[in-house]
Design a protein around this ligand. Sequence first.
Ligand SMILES: Cc1cc2nc3c(=O)[nH]c(=O)nc-3n(C[C@H](O)[C@H](O)[C@H](O)COP(=O)(O)O)c2cc1C
Length: 359
Amino acid sequence: MTGLINLLTRPLLFAMEPEQAHFATIAALRTLPIPAAGPHDPRLAVDAFGLRFPAPLGMAPGFDKGGEVPDALLRLGFGHVEVGTITPLPQPGNPKPRLFRLKEDLGVINRLGFNSEGHAVAHERLKARAARAGVVGVNVGANKESADRAGDYVTGVRAFADVASYFTINISSPNTPGLRDLQQAAALDSLLARVIDARDEMAAAHGRKPILLKIAPDLTPGDLDDVVRVARDRKVDGMIVGNTTIERPATLRSAEAREAGGLSGKPLFELATKMLAATYLRVEGQFPLIGVGGIDGAETAFAKIEAGATLLQIYSVMVFEGPALVGQIHRGLLQELERRGVTLAQTVGSRAAHYAAGF
Ligand SMILES: Cc1cc2nc3c(=O)[nH]c(=O)nc-3n(C[C@H](O)[C@H](O)[C@H](O)COP(=O)(O)O)c2cc1C
Protein backbone atom coordinates (compact mmCIF):
# COMPACT_ATOMS: atom_id res chain seq x y z
CA MET A 1 0.00 0.00 0.00
CA THR A 2 2.79 2.44 0.85
CA GLY A 3 4.35 1.39 -2.47
CA LEU A 4 1.18 2.48 -4.22
CA ILE A 5 1.20 5.80 -2.39
CA ASN A 6 4.79 6.23 -3.60
CA LEU A 7 3.90 5.59 -7.23
CA LEU A 8 0.85 7.83 -7.30
CA THR A 9 2.16 10.81 -5.41
CA ARG A 10 5.76 11.22 -6.43
CA PRO A 11 5.34 12.77 -9.90
CA LEU A 12 2.71 15.13 -8.49
CA LEU A 13 4.85 16.23 -5.57
CA PHE A 14 7.91 16.67 -7.77
CA ALA A 15 5.99 19.03 -10.05
CA MET A 16 5.42 21.32 -7.06
CA GLU A 17 7.72 23.87 -5.48
CA PRO A 18 9.50 21.97 -2.65
CA GLU A 19 7.93 23.79 0.28
CA GLN A 20 4.44 23.50 -1.25
CA ALA A 21 5.05 19.78 -1.80
CA HIS A 22 6.00 19.53 1.86
CA PHE A 23 2.75 21.13 3.02
CA ALA A 24 0.76 18.94 0.61
CA THR A 25 2.41 15.86 2.13
CA ILE A 26 1.62 16.99 5.69
CA ALA A 27 -1.98 17.73 4.66
CA ALA A 28 -2.28 14.27 3.09
CA LEU A 29 -0.95 12.60 6.23
CA ARG A 30 -3.37 14.65 8.32
CA THR A 31 -6.45 13.82 6.31
CA LEU A 32 -6.03 10.50 4.47
CA PRO A 33 -6.55 7.16 6.21
CA ILE A 34 -2.98 5.86 6.49
CA PRO A 35 -2.85 2.06 6.44
CA ALA A 36 -0.90 0.67 9.40
CA ALA A 37 2.44 -0.84 8.39
CA GLY A 38 1.92 -3.79 10.73
CA PRO A 39 3.77 -4.83 13.86
CA HIS A 40 7.56 -4.68 13.98
CA ASP A 41 9.66 -7.82 14.32
CA PRO A 42 10.64 -8.07 18.02
CA ARG A 43 14.30 -8.51 17.01
CA LEU A 44 14.27 -4.88 15.87
CA ALA A 45 13.18 -3.50 19.26
CA VAL A 46 15.65 -1.18 20.98
CA ASP A 47 15.78 -0.14 24.64
CA ALA A 48 17.48 3.23 25.03
CA PHE A 49 17.24 6.25 27.35
CA GLY A 50 14.79 4.26 29.47
CA LEU A 51 12.37 4.04 26.52
CA ARG A 52 11.34 1.09 24.36
CA PHE A 53 11.53 1.74 20.62
CA PRO A 54 9.73 -0.96 18.56
CA ALA A 55 12.21 -0.49 15.68
CA PRO A 56 15.38 1.57 15.18
CA LEU A 57 14.42 3.98 12.38
CA GLY A 58 12.65 7.22 13.33
CA MET A 59 11.46 10.31 11.48
CA ALA A 60 14.02 13.09 11.90
CA PRO A 61 12.89 16.56 13.01
CA GLY A 62 12.19 19.21 10.42
CA PHE A 63 9.51 17.18 8.66
CA ASP A 64 6.77 17.56 11.27
CA LYS A 65 7.91 20.78 12.88
CA GLY A 66 4.56 21.55 14.51
CA GLY A 67 3.59 18.09 15.77
CA GLU A 68 0.72 17.77 13.28
CA VAL A 69 1.11 14.18 12.13
CA PRO A 70 3.19 12.04 14.54
CA ASP A 71 0.60 9.25 14.64
CA ALA A 72 0.34 9.03 10.85
CA LEU A 73 4.15 8.74 10.70
CA LEU A 74 4.15 5.99 13.33
CA ARG A 75 1.54 4.15 11.26
CA LEU A 76 3.85 4.33 8.23
CA GLY A 77 6.29 2.18 10.20
CA PHE A 78 8.63 4.61 11.93
CA GLY A 79 9.77 3.37 15.34
CA HIS A 80 9.65 6.92 16.70
CA VAL A 81 8.95 10.45 15.54
CA GLU A 82 10.84 13.57 16.55
CA VAL A 83 8.74 16.70 16.10
CA GLY A 84 10.20 20.22 15.93
CA THR A 85 12.26 22.24 16.03
CA ILE A 86 9.77 24.29 18.06
CA THR A 87 10.64 27.79 19.27
CA PRO A 88 8.85 29.49 22.22
CA LEU A 89 7.22 32.24 20.15
CA PRO A 90 5.88 31.83 16.61
CA GLN A 91 8.34 33.06 13.99
CA PRO A 92 8.26 32.98 10.18
CA GLY A 93 11.81 31.81 9.45
CA ASN A 94 13.83 33.04 6.47
CA PRO A 95 12.42 34.51 3.23
CA LYS A 96 11.34 32.04 0.52
CA PRO A 97 12.57 30.22 -1.48
CA ARG A 98 14.48 28.44 1.26
CA LEU A 99 14.13 24.72 0.46
CA PHE A 100 15.86 23.11 -2.54
CA ARG A 101 15.94 19.58 -3.96
CA LEU A 102 19.29 18.42 -5.30
CA LYS A 103 17.81 15.77 -7.60
CA GLU A 104 21.03 14.56 -9.20
CA ASP A 105 22.59 14.11 -5.77
CA LEU A 106 19.62 12.77 -3.74
CA GLY A 107 20.23 15.73 -1.44
CA VAL A 108 18.37 18.68 0.02
CA ILE A 109 19.51 22.18 0.99
CA ASN A 110 17.39 24.13 3.45
CA ARG A 111 17.71 27.51 5.06
CA LEU A 112 14.27 27.52 6.68
CA GLY A 113 15.61 29.21 9.83
CA PHE A 114 13.29 27.64 12.43
CA ASN A 115 9.92 28.55 10.96
CA SER A 116 7.75 27.63 13.91
CA GLU A 117 4.19 28.06 15.11
CA GLY A 118 5.54 28.35 18.65
CA HIS A 119 5.13 26.30 21.82
CA ALA A 120 1.44 26.90 22.50
CA VAL A 121 0.09 25.64 19.16
CA ALA A 122 2.35 22.57 19.04
CA HIS A 123 1.65 21.75 22.68
CA GLU A 124 -2.08 21.80 22.08
CA ARG A 125 -1.68 19.25 19.28
CA LEU A 126 0.61 16.96 21.23
CA LYS A 127 -1.63 17.16 24.29
CA ALA A 128 -4.54 15.93 22.15
CA ARG A 129 -2.65 12.73 21.25
CA ALA A 130 -0.78 12.24 24.53
CA ALA A 131 -2.78 9.17 25.58
CA ARG A 132 -1.75 7.31 22.41
CA ALA A 133 1.16 4.89 22.24
CA GLY A 134 4.41 5.58 20.40
CA VAL A 135 7.66 7.39 21.09
CA VAL A 136 7.30 11.06 20.17
CA GLY A 137 10.34 13.21 20.97
CA VAL A 138 10.21 17.00 21.04
CA ASN A 139 13.07 18.98 19.51
CA VAL A 140 13.33 22.44 21.08
CA GLY A 141 15.10 25.56 19.84
CA ALA A 142 15.54 29.27 20.38
CA ASN A 143 13.84 32.26 18.78
CA LYS A 144 16.05 34.26 16.43
CA GLU A 145 15.45 37.49 18.35
CA SER A 146 15.65 35.96 21.83
CA ALA A 147 17.68 37.86 24.44
CA ASP A 148 18.32 34.59 26.34
CA ARG A 149 18.66 31.72 23.92
CA ALA A 150 19.58 29.19 26.60
CA GLY A 151 16.43 30.29 28.43
CA ASP A 152 14.36 29.36 25.37
CA TYR A 153 15.50 25.72 25.66
CA VAL A 154 14.59 25.72 29.36
CA THR A 155 11.15 27.09 28.47
CA GLY A 156 10.80 24.30 25.90
CA VAL A 157 11.57 21.56 28.41
CA ARG A 158 9.05 23.02 30.85
CA ALA A 159 6.37 23.52 28.18
CA PHE A 160 6.44 19.97 26.76
CA ALA A 161 7.33 17.93 29.86
CA ASP A 162 3.81 16.47 29.98
CA VAL A 163 3.75 15.28 26.35
CA ALA A 164 7.33 14.55 25.20
CA SER A 165 8.80 11.04 25.28
CA TYR A 166 12.23 12.69 25.17
CA PHE A 167 13.76 16.09 24.41
CA THR A 168 16.34 17.08 21.84
CA ILE A 169 18.34 20.23 22.47
CA ASN A 170 19.04 21.45 18.96
CA ILE A 171 22.02 23.78 18.96
CA SER A 172 23.23 22.72 15.54
CA SER A 173 21.00 24.33 12.92
CA PRO A 174 23.18 26.39 10.56
CA ASN A 175 20.29 28.70 9.69
CA THR A 176 19.95 30.76 12.88
CA PRO A 177 23.00 33.04 13.05
CA GLY A 178 25.17 32.33 16.10
CA LEU A 179 23.14 29.31 17.26
CA ARG A 180 26.01 26.89 16.75
CA ASP A 181 28.12 28.97 19.18
CA LEU A 182 26.13 27.22 21.91
CA GLN A 183 28.29 24.17 21.09
CA GLN A 184 31.32 25.93 22.63
CA ALA A 185 32.31 24.36 25.96
CA ALA A 186 31.42 27.13 28.45
CA ALA A 187 28.13 28.05 26.76
CA LEU A 188 27.17 24.39 26.37
CA ASP A 189 27.97 23.60 29.99
CA SER A 190 25.75 26.40 31.25
CA LEU A 191 22.97 25.53 28.78
CA LEU A 192 22.93 21.85 29.75
CA ALA A 193 23.04 22.64 33.47
CA ARG A 194 19.94 24.83 33.11
CA VAL A 195 18.09 22.39 30.85
CA ILE A 196 18.76 19.42 33.11
CA ASP A 197 17.67 21.38 36.19
CA ALA A 198 14.40 22.17 34.42
CA ARG A 199 13.95 18.52 33.44
CA ASP A 200 14.57 17.42 37.04
CA GLU A 201 12.10 20.02 38.37
CA MET A 202 9.40 18.67 36.06
CA ALA A 203 10.17 15.00 36.81
CA ALA A 204 7.96 14.68 39.89
CA ALA A 205 4.86 15.71 37.96
CA HIS A 206 5.58 14.19 34.54
CA GLY A 207 8.37 11.61 34.88
CA ARG A 208 12.06 12.00 34.08
CA LYS A 209 12.32 12.82 30.39
CA PRO A 210 15.58 11.94 28.59
CA ILE A 211 17.61 14.91 27.31
CA LEU A 212 19.49 14.39 24.03
CA LEU A 213 21.93 16.82 22.45
CA LYS A 214 21.95 17.24 18.66
CA ILE A 215 25.25 18.37 17.18
CA ALA A 216 26.53 19.58 13.82
CA PRO A 217 28.57 17.30 11.55
CA ASP A 218 30.97 20.22 10.99
CA LEU A 219 32.73 20.22 14.38
CA THR A 220 36.54 19.99 14.45
CA PRO A 221 38.07 17.12 16.48
CA GLY A 222 38.91 19.62 19.24
CA ASP A 223 35.33 20.95 19.30
CA LEU A 224 33.98 17.41 19.45
CA ASP A 225 36.30 16.58 22.37
CA ASP A 226 34.83 19.54 24.28
CA VAL A 227 31.21 18.79 23.40
CA VAL A 228 31.46 15.14 24.45
CA ARG A 229 33.33 16.01 27.65
CA VAL A 230 30.62 18.50 28.66
CA ALA A 231 27.82 16.12 27.62
CA ARG A 232 29.36 13.34 29.73
CA ASP A 233 29.99 15.62 32.72
CA ARG A 234 26.44 16.92 32.62
CA LYS A 235 25.10 13.39 32.13
CA VAL A 236 22.91 13.92 29.09
CA ASP A 237 20.95 10.80 28.16
CA GLY A 238 22.19 10.66 24.58
CA MET A 239 23.42 12.54 21.55
CA ILE A 240 22.17 12.86 17.98
CA VAL A 241 24.77 13.06 15.23
CA GLY A 242 23.93 15.09 13.41
CA ASN A 243 22.34 18.04 11.75
CA THR A 244 22.78 19.37 8.20
CA THR A 245 26.23 20.47 6.99
CA ILE A 246 27.50 23.79 5.69
CA GLU A 247 30.10 21.85 3.67
CA ARG A 248 29.60 21.30 -0.06
CA PRO A 249 31.31 18.04 -1.13
CA ALA A 250 33.08 18.35 -4.51
CA THR A 251 30.95 15.51 -5.88
CA LEU A 252 27.71 17.57 -5.97
CA ARG A 253 26.23 17.88 -9.47
CA SER A 254 22.92 19.74 -9.01
CA ALA A 255 22.75 23.47 -9.85
CA GLU A 256 21.00 24.06 -6.50
CA ALA A 257 24.18 22.99 -4.68
CA ARG A 258 25.24 26.64 -4.70
CA GLU A 259 22.32 27.68 -2.49
CA ALA A 260 23.17 28.76 1.06
CA GLY A 261 21.93 26.63 3.94
CA GLY A 262 22.35 23.17 5.41
CA LEU A 263 22.93 20.21 3.12
CA SER A 264 21.35 16.84 3.93
CA GLY A 265 20.64 13.54 2.22
CA LYS A 266 22.98 11.17 0.42
CA PRO A 267 25.89 13.65 0.05
CA LEU A 268 25.93 14.05 3.86
CA PHE A 269 26.35 10.34 4.60
CA GLU A 270 30.14 10.11 4.68
CA LEU A 271 30.73 13.19 6.83
CA ALA A 272 27.88 12.47 9.26
CA THR A 273 28.91 8.82 9.67
CA LYS A 274 32.52 9.79 10.36
CA MET A 275 31.35 12.28 13.01
CA LEU A 276 29.03 9.64 14.48
CA ALA A 277 31.87 7.11 14.79
CA ALA A 278 34.23 9.73 16.25
CA THR A 279 31.53 10.64 18.79
CA TYR A 280 30.93 6.97 19.64
CA LEU A 281 34.63 6.45 20.39
CA ARG A 282 34.69 9.52 22.68
CA VAL A 283 31.47 8.62 24.52
CA GLU A 284 32.88 5.22 25.59
CA GLY A 285 29.45 3.69 26.17
CA GLN A 286 28.27 6.35 28.65
CA PHE A 287 25.06 6.93 26.65
CA PRO A 288 23.53 5.83 23.32
CA LEU A 289 23.64 7.76 20.03
CA ILE A 290 21.10 8.37 17.30
CA GLY A 291 22.71 8.30 13.85
CA VAL A 292 21.21 10.56 11.19
CA GLY A 293 22.47 11.94 7.90
CA GLY A 294 22.31 10.43 4.45
CA ILE A 295 20.59 7.12 5.15
CA ASP A 296 19.15 5.97 1.81
CA GLY A 297 18.50 2.26 2.38
CA ALA A 298 19.26 -0.75 4.54
CA GLU A 299 22.96 -0.77 3.68
CA THR A 300 23.63 2.76 4.88
CA ALA A 301 21.35 2.18 7.88
CA PHE A 302 23.42 -0.87 8.83
CA ALA A 303 26.63 1.11 8.37
CA LYS A 304 25.35 3.79 10.78
CA ILE A 305 24.78 1.11 13.41
CA GLU A 306 28.27 -0.29 12.85
CA ALA A 307 29.62 3.25 13.23
CA GLY A 308 27.97 3.60 16.63
CA ALA A 309 24.25 4.36 16.30
CA THR A 310 21.81 2.62 18.65
CA LEU A 311 18.90 4.31 16.86
CA LEU A 312 18.52 5.94 13.45
CA GLN A 313 16.62 8.80 11.84
CA ILE A 314 15.96 9.76 8.23
CA TYR A 315 14.44 12.67 6.36
CA SER A 316 15.88 13.84 3.03
CA VAL A 317 16.05 10.66 0.97
CA MET A 318 12.39 10.01 1.91
CA VAL A 319 11.61 13.08 -0.23
CA PHE A 320 12.89 11.14 -3.26
CA GLU A 321 11.97 7.59 -2.35
CA GLY A 322 8.67 7.93 -0.46
CA PRO A 323 7.38 6.17 2.65
CA ALA A 324 7.93 2.60 1.40
CA LEU A 325 11.59 3.16 2.28
CA VAL A 326 10.84 2.82 6.01
CA GLY A 327 9.67 -0.79 5.71
CA GLN A 328 12.43 -1.59 3.22
CA ILE A 329 15.08 -0.40 5.66
CA HIS A 330 13.67 -2.34 8.59
CA ARG A 331 13.33 -5.53 6.52
CA GLY A 332 16.81 -5.10 5.10
CA LEU A 333 18.31 -4.60 8.56
CA LEU A 334 16.67 -7.79 9.77
CA GLN A 335 18.00 -9.74 6.77
CA GLU A 336 21.50 -8.45 7.38
CA LEU A 337 21.36 -9.39 11.07
CA GLU A 338 20.16 -12.89 10.12
CA ARG A 339 22.83 -13.27 7.45
CA ARG A 340 25.58 -12.35 9.91
CA GLY A 341 24.05 -14.19 12.87
CA VAL A 342 24.30 -11.12 15.14
CA THR A 343 21.90 -8.94 17.12
CA LEU A 344 21.37 -5.21 16.71
CA ALA A 345 23.06 -4.58 20.07
CA GLN A 346 26.14 -6.56 18.99
CA THR A 347 26.39 -4.47 15.83
CA VAL A 348 26.38 -1.05 17.52
CA GLY A 349 29.84 0.49 17.14
CA SER A 350 31.40 -2.74 15.84
CA ARG A 351 33.24 -0.79 13.10
CA ALA A 352 33.51 2.61 14.78
CA ALA A 353 37.29 2.75 14.40
CA HIS A 354 36.96 2.09 10.66
CA TYR A 355 34.35 4.83 10.12
CA ALA A 356 36.18 7.37 12.30
CA ALA A 357 39.43 6.96 10.35
CA GLY A 358 40.79 10.27 9.10
CA PHE A 359 38.82 12.42 11.55
C1 LIG B 1 13.88 20.66 5.24
C2 LIG B 1 14.63 20.26 6.45
C3 LIG B 1 14.30 20.86 7.67
C4 LIG B 1 14.99 20.49 8.83
N1 LIG B 1 14.62 21.07 10.03
C5 LIG B 1 15.23 20.65 11.16
C6 LIG B 1 14.82 21.16 12.42
O1 LIG B 1 13.90 21.97 12.52
N2 LIG B 1 15.49 20.73 13.53
C7 LIG B 1 16.50 19.81 13.47
O2 LIG B 1 17.06 19.44 14.51
N3 LIG B 1 16.89 19.30 12.29
C8 LIG B 1 16.28 19.68 11.15
N4 LIG B 1 16.67 19.15 9.95
C9 LIG B 1 17.79 18.18 9.91
C10 LIG B 1 17.31 16.73 9.93
O3 LIG B 1 16.61 16.44 11.12
C11 LIG B 1 18.52 15.78 9.80
O4 LIG B 1 19.37 15.97 10.92
C12 LIG B 1 19.32 16.01 8.53
O5 LIG B 1 18.47 16.35 7.46
C13 LIG B 1 20.14 14.79 8.14
O6 LIG B 1 19.34 13.67 7.87
P1 LIG B 1 18.92 13.24 6.37
O7 LIG B 1 20.17 13.25 5.55
O8 LIG B 1 18.30 11.88 6.49
O9 LIG B 1 17.96 14.28 5.92
C14 LIG B 1 16.02 19.51 8.77
C15 LIG B 1 16.33 18.92 7.54
C16 LIG B 1 15.66 19.27 6.40
C17 LIG B 1 16.02 18.61 5.10
